[in-house]
Ligand binder design. Structure first.
Ligand SMILES: Cc1cc2nc3c(=O)[nH]c(=O)nc-3n(C[C@H](O)[C@H](O)[C@H](O)COP(=O)(O)OP(=O)(O)OC[C@H]3O[C@@H](n4cnc5c(N)ncnc54)[C@H](O)[C@@H]3O)c2cc1C
Length: 541
């Protein structure tokens, strides 16, 4: 029904809609100045050829319901946006007459129940703010955030699936969700989960078919999340760290797979020599006083903290050899003995696959500053940065890595001509998947999203580069080809947006079911048109 959407919206006048929306969210909640519209029409990777017509920032669930109804009446499309920290075209406009629904003002922790072990948040709440609220209570969500969690939101993380903190034991962000409140395209409100007294106290996710799951990883295609209820655990009392170095990617991935099967790590991450080189070129860990302070504060005793900080200050990252594949694991547990046993098993597995133990500095820093400033979205010389990834079965990690290496060898002359450098980040998800994330750095001008996200002091140290469409075109092609390689391995993806194949990769019966769901929740195809591979018109139009 794109034709219908387009023809309706072509006739749409934004002026009256703007006034109607201002009545709902307040004058300060509707913006249409040119820089703001441009800003909300691009993500970290790309700019849309369309420009959002308005940016609307609701403060409450009721305001979202009314905004969605007003948008429906005006016939415009809605692109929900969390913090904008993704890079798969997931929240940018795909058609003319799209309003950006900015969830940043809905950022409250609404309720914590230590008794029932649930926490309810608004979708614009950041992972960092959630953890800040739970820490004094000795509580945590099982999955507790991506590395972007200083600004990235729980709504964005649930709509895309996140991996990282806690994922080794507990899986993705979605696996910590109990219940959702979702506003559908016509303003109807759908609430999922077993909801307790008065349907107001969700406490358990699985009551019949998993309706919550339909909205997890949907890239916002099925509706606007306005409330998210997450499960709580008591924060583990003990944590410790170990780092290892492996001679090859194959050895590393085999060791990571075995550590995942054994469930030794709450989270683990590893780099290839390429990414290690990029990280080395950044300001050294030792020069960052904030890092040292955070590592000291995270240690249980002042003496231990001082020792850790001294080791970082003296050693920097020099303990990682040039061709090495370093792996950093974090173990945690209710008892020190249990945690130590996990770490020892990790050491045994590392040595079985040819790894040797190195300073655990980086693992420590990951826990001391779980949500670092988002400075890594630019390269060490101010280059552009974009990751792409595939998640495969544990047994398939080495073969996927070899296939990607073969692709990069083929592309090496083009990369060299354009000064494009690559690296890999590796992590595991629960006991049954490994994620391989190639990362590209290339000389390209920085954009407003970088200016808004990177710390000003860090930004000031980086050179400003000129536009470089030729290099960006090569990265775009390489990114597409990485995704094709991932398809050969039946990979899954987070952050599907408009970059990874989803609907088109499903069997006929699944596509029929997906289309029927979309038709039911958003018959005119107005909510985030085009994500998940839904056509820009309603499926049965
Ligand atoms: C430096 C850096 C580090 C990163 N580290 C990690 C990491 O460790 N792990 C990881 O998984 N990812 C990581 N990412 C990727 C990214 O930050 C995550 O994908 C994150 O979930 C994006 O959240 P956001 O709030 O910015 O969402 P956005 O990018 O704003 O939106 C993401 C999607 O969610 C939808 N959406 C947002 N809010 C709602 C809502 N209320 N209702 C319906 N749909 C909604 C949007 O339409 C869009 O499709 C990193 C990114 C950067 C820049």
């Amino acid at each position: 029904m794109l034709t219908r959407l387009a023809s309706t919206t072509q006739a749409c006048e934004i002026g009256p809609l703007k006034q109607a929306l201002a009545r709902i969210v307040g004058e300060d909640g509707v913006r249409d100045d040119a820089p703001t519209l441009a800003f909300y029409s691009e993500d970290i990777w790309s700019a849309s050829s369309h420009r959002v017509a308005l940016v609307v920032s609701p403060r409450t669930h009721d305001e979202v319901v009314n905004v969605v109804k007003a948008a429906q009446d005006a016939g415009v499309a809605i692109a929900p946006r969390g913090a904008g920290m993704s890079y798969t075209g997931s929240y940018i406009p795909a058609v003319e007459h799209t309003i950006s629904l900015d969830m940043a003002r809905m950022n409250r922790v609404l309720a914590v129940s230590p008794e029932d072990m649930t926490v309810t948040v608004e979708p614009g709440c950041t992972w960092s703010a959630l953890n800040g609220a739970l820490k004094p209570l000795g509580l945590r969500t099982p999955f507790w955030g991506p590395m972007s969690g200083l600004t990235s939101t729980i709504g964005g993380g649930i709509s895309q699936l996140n991996a990282m903190l806690g994922a080794g034991h507990y899986g993705t962000s979605s696996e910590s969700v109990i219940a959702l409140t979702v506003v559908l395209a016509d303003g109807a409100v759908l609430r999922t989960g077993a909801r307790g007294v008065g349907s107001n106290h969700p406490f358990y996710r699985h009551y019949g078919p998993d309706l919550t799951g339909i909205f997890c990883g949907d890239s916002g295609a099925f509706g606007i999340k306005t409330e998210i209820v997450l499960r709580l655990i008591r924060a583990p009392l003990h944590e410790d760290y170990a780092s290892f170095s492996f001679p090859t990617g194959e050895a590393l991935l085999k060791a990571m797979a075995e550590m995942a099967r054994a469930s030794v790590a709450s989270e683990m991450c590893a780099f290839d020599p390429g990414l290690t080189r990029v990280r080395m070129r950044r300001a050294s860990l030792a020069s960052d006083v904030k890092t040292l302070g955070a590592v000291m504060a995270n240690e249980k005793s002042f003496g231990k903290g001082l020792m850790s900080a001294a080791k970082i200050a003296m050693g920097g990252r020099s303990f990682i050899g040039d061709g090495d594949y370093p792996l950093h694991i974090i173990a945690e547990g209710r008892t020190g003995a249990g945690m130590a046993a996990d770490l020892d098993e990790g050491r045994r597995i590392a040595s079985e696959f040819g790894g040797h133990e190195i300073e655990n500095t980086i693992a420590k820093v990951i826990r001391a500053i779980p949500f670092p400033p988002l400075n890594s979205m630019l390269g060490p010389e101010g280059e552009a940065w974009v990751p792409v990834h595939g998640m495969v079965a544990l047994s398939q990690g080495p073969a996927l890595f070899a296939a990607l290496e073969a692709l990069f060898a083929e592309l090496a002359p083009a990369f060299e001509r354009q000064s494009i450098s690559t690296g890999y980040l590796f992590t595991t998800v629960s006991t049954n998947a490994v994620t391989i994330e190639p990362v590209f750095y290339w000389p390209e001008e920085r954009r407003p999203i970088h200016e808004a996200s990177v710390e000003p002091a860090h930004l000031a140290r980086l050179p400003k580069l000129p536009p470089n469409p030729a290099a960006t075109a090569i990265v775009a092609d390489a990114r597409r080809r990485v995704i094709e390689v991932c398809e050969r391995f039946g990979a899954g993806h987070f952050q599907i947006g408009r970059s990874y194949p989803y609907r088109e990769s499903r069997d006929v019966a699944s596509v029929a079911l997906l289309d029927a769901i979309k038709q039911s929740v958003d018959p005119d195809g107005r909510i985030n048109p085009g994500v998940l591979g839904f056509p820009l018109h309603a499926p049965n139009a």
